[in-house]
Design a protein around this ligand. Structure first.
Ligand SMILES: Cc1cc2nc3c(=O)[nH]c(=O)nc-3n(C[C@H](O)[C@H](O)[C@H](O)COP(=O)(O)O)c2cc1C
Ligand code: SF4
Length: 481
């Protein structure tokens, strides 16, 4: 294991280099949504520096590094795929993973050609679970088709989206499935080296992965394939794939312009496959059960299952595996059991850089395109509900404070504009309505963010703001003169 940074010019980018995580209180959006439950703790979160955004304990918000509660975990889909073993914690070490058929998918893959493996992934219609929903098979094919060597595979375990604790528990409870999947992906695309990029805020996942990696090394399961664990140092934007590449390379992790895409020129300018933890965790099941069995689950262009994580305001917060195609209302009312603090005001699905859902949109079906049609997204699958205690102006101010803090600084509208927007929103939230000049400044920065941002951080912030300004316009009216 090595930390992501070396040298002062790189170290200065990160907020958690040399910061221990003892007694840190979470400043993520789930804790913001639940701040009425423990105002003292939220005040502490707002006063600690540097801030720690999302500890992956949103089922017990407001939380801190000392919160030891475990979430409720349940499979609500026909098949348990990514949460198999996560529910009953039956596959934590190598022996138990193997006794449940672990590493058989890797064996099966090796008995076939790499072309066969990629075909299985492609035909399964698996789409990336890291946010963009890009078809996994197409990405694998793009890397396999490159002739330049060496090639790399990377598991993105940065899970920075507020409200999401999916990858955390997949890793903590079944670390070998991620390792097996990464080895299958390396076989398929022709890579001999892999990386797992894990956030520092997940120390239990780190120790589980370290143990699992040493177990596979001693057992000689991976052959020549080597996996290195890299620990992030506190930066949301490092979850963005090109920033993550720079971070592994010990460069300042600013986002890279694309093209070229990582599939062609990624880590050390070599072809690189980057997939999210949950995407990879579906692979062993697909190899063992067949692409058709996977594609038969779900609906429309969203096939298979998806893990979702519900925040603490729900009556039944927790981690659930669902099939695509169920109405959002089923998630809110049946799976989550509604809110324990009254009526639901809005829903954030997929993190802070996507649009919010208004309760009038809860009949939307849970699918990539379907949510996009109402200005939302699947994102990473973290679901944060807000009750009547949350004022929309405060939520926007909170997200732009986070956005400004986590900007990589490469684009001017994101570097300066998100802070300016935070200040304007903060002024309005304190009861000083924006003048028409200030309002037009706000809207023009949002427009610049949408049009000119190099990555989804800046564009996503503008999408979030646009959705709140439109869907909650009545409530926000007093914020403008
Ligand atoms: C600001 C930003 C943060 C991101 N953070 C993550 C993250 O924490 N984990 C993740 O898997 N993908 C994250 N992504 C998406 C990655 O860039 C990339 O699309 C993903 O890892 C690809 O894997 P997939 O195809 O399996 O989804 C982020 C994107 C942006 C723009
Ligand atoms: S939008 Fe923000 S985070 Fe993304 S590249 Fe530009 S400055 Fe960096």
């Amino acid at each position: 294991m090595r930390p992501a940074q070396t040298g002062p010019e790189v170290e200065s980018f990160y907020s958690l280099s040399d910061v221990t995580l003892d007694h840190r209180v979470c400043r993520g959006t789930s804790c913001f949504a639940a701040k009425q439950q423990n105002q003292e703790r939220w005040r502490m979160a707002m006063s600690q520096w540097p801030p720690v955004y999302c500890l992956g304990k949103c089922y017990a918000s407001p939380s801190s590094t000392e919160t030891l509660d475990q979430p409720h975990v349940e499979v609500c889909s026909k098949e348990a795929i990514v949460l198999m073993g996560v529910v009953d914690q039956s596959m934590v070490d190598l022996a138990s993973y193997r006794s449940h058929g672990g590493y058989e998918a890797l064996e099966t893959a090796r008995q076939h050609t790499s072309h066969w493996v990629i075909e299985q992934v492609d035909r399964s219609n698996l789409r990336g679970r890291g946010g963009a929903g890009f078809p996994a098979g197409k990405k694998w094919m793009a890397v396999a088709n490159q002739t330049i060597l060496p090639k790399y595979v990377i598991a993105n375990a940065d899970e920075g989206d507020h409200g999401s604790y999916i990858d955390r528990f997949i890793i903590e409870r079944v670390p070998h499935r991620l390792i097996e999947a990464l080895a299958i992906s390396a076989f398929a695309v022709g890579a001999d080296k892999g990386y797992i990029y894990l956030r520092k805020e997940y120390p239990v996942a780190q120790s589980k992965l370290e143990i699992a990696l040493s177990e596979v090394k001693s057992a000689g399961i991976l052959g020549n394939f080597e996996i290195e664990l890299v620990i992030g140092q506190g930066s949301y934007v490092c979850g963005e794939e090109t920033s993550l590449l720079n971070s592994i390379e010990h460069r300042r992790p600013e986002v890279r312009a694309r093209p070229p895409f990582p599939t062609e020129s990624g880590l050390f300018h070599c072809p690189t496959l980057i997939n999210n933890v949950e995407t990879l965790s579906s692979i062993p099941w697909i190899i063992l059960h067949g692409s058709e069995a996977y594609a038969n689950l779900g609906f429309s262009k969203s096939r298979g299952t998806k893990a979702i994580s519900l925040n603490s305001l729900f009556n039944r917060p927790g981690l659930y595996e669902v099939e695509f195609g169920i109405p959002v209302r089923t998630i809110v009312e049946e799976i989550g059991g509604g809110l324990r603090t009254g009526d639901i005001k809005a829903l954030m699905i997929g993190g802070p850089i996507v649009g919010l859902l208004h309760p009038s949109e809860f009949d939307t079906l849970f699918g990539f395109e379907e949510l996009r049609q109402v200005g939302g997204a699947i994102g990473h699958g973290g679901i944060v509900a807000f009750d009547s205690n949350t004022r929309m102006i405060d939520l926007l101010t909170h997200e732009f404070e986070f956005g400004a803090q986590e900007s990589c600084g490469k684009c001017t509208p994101c570097r300066h504009g998100s802070r300016r927007i935070q200040n304007l929103l903060s002024q309005a939230s304190k009861g000083q309505p924006l003048t028409s000049r200030e309002e037009s400044e706000l809207r023009s920065i949002l427009d610049a963010l949408r049009r000119t941002s190099l990555c989804g951080h800046g564009t996503g912030l503008s999408v979030l703001a646009a959705s709140v300004l439109e869907k909650f316009s009545e409530e926000l009216q007093p914020c403008f003169m």
